[in-house]
Design a binder for this molecule. Structure first.
Ligand code: COA
Length: 242
């Protein structure tokens, strides 16, 4: 893999590549392990979750999904593989990239209908733990209110929802570049950038200028039976008056 990776905004045509990359990258992650305890027995369901999530986010007006690709050999053929992905969401004031679009609005209606129709025929999803997922949703809402809501208003920011780099492409600067691309958007829009980190992601974010504001202890328990710590990080835009 000597060709340098390329970076671009994802489209609906990229959902399969994004899902495979995210599922592979998150297979050993402690939080996803708690939410999806049987993901290794049912890897297709795990990939399916990321596919649904990728489609939903690509059709969300407030989200920009970025991908990194590299040529790799698979089954004797060279293919362009998605080896990194980042979902950045704009909160607060809309940005040039997050305006309403008829394509996204129509697409999300259509996909909502398609998912409802398919749900009648799909086997019951067995790989995840519904109780852990419910606890995580509580954690998520609590974190949002504790750190990113003030006086009934969202903190104006680009927020990194998910960052994943496939294990075949790590330590080559792909994760770092996907973080920088979000920070560049925050600079352009005169706002901050934020995220909740996993222990593995922490050094990447700190190397890109993010500061740890606090550490939230989740209700979701990790593989050691203890609450999973989630460091809360912010890249503070020097142009923002505080
Ligand atoms: C975390 C992750 C996205 C990093 O992606 P990456 O492309 O390997 O990161 P980069 O190559 O850009 O690393 C940038 C810097 O971060 C640091 N870093 C990255 N991974 C590290 C690790 N495992 N241990 C220590 N430092 C690390 C290094 O300083 C590195 O710079 P260097 O390689 O010049 O020393 C990737 O390992 C991954 O997908 N992990 C599983 C999913 C996950 O934890 N995602 C984060 C969710 S918050």
């Amino acid at each position: 893999m000597s060709t340098p990776p390329t970076f671009r905004v994802a489209t609906l045509a990229d959902v399969d590549g994004i899902a495979e990359c995210a599922a592979e990258a998150m297979m050993e992650d402690d939080l996803f392990g708690a939410l999806w305890p049987r993901r290794k027995e049912y890897p297709d369901q795990f990939v399916g979750y990321f596919r649904g999530r990728a489609r939903e986010r690509i059709l969300d007006h407030t989200v920009v999904t970025l991908i990194s690709e590299m040529p790799v050999q698979e089954n004797g053929k060279e293919i362009l593989k998605v080896v990194g992905m980042a979902q950045w969401q704009k909160f607060g004031k809309p940005s040039v990239e997050t305006g309403w679009s008829v394509y996204k609005a129509a697409g999300s209606r259509l996909i909502g209908f398609q998912d409802w129709a398919y749900s009648w025929f799909q086997p019951k999803e067995t790989a995840s733990d519904p109780e852990a997922v419910a606890r995580f949703m509580e954690d998520f809402t609590e974190m949002e209110h504790k750190f990113w809501f003030k006086d009934g208003k969202e903190h104006d920011r680009w927020h990194l929802q998910l960052l994943a780099v496939h294990s075949i492409a790590r330590r080559r600067g792909i994760g770092g570049r996907l973080v920088e691309l979000g920070v560049e958007r925050a600079k352009r829009d005169g706002c901050d950038a934020s995220l909740e980190a996993s222990p593995m992601g922490l050094p990447v974010y700190q190397s890109k200028g993010f500061e740890v504001l606090d550490t939230y202890m989740m209700k979701v328990k990790g593989s050691d039976g203890q609450p999973i710590p989630s460091p809360i990080l912010m890249w503070k835009n020097p142009d923002v008056k505080r």
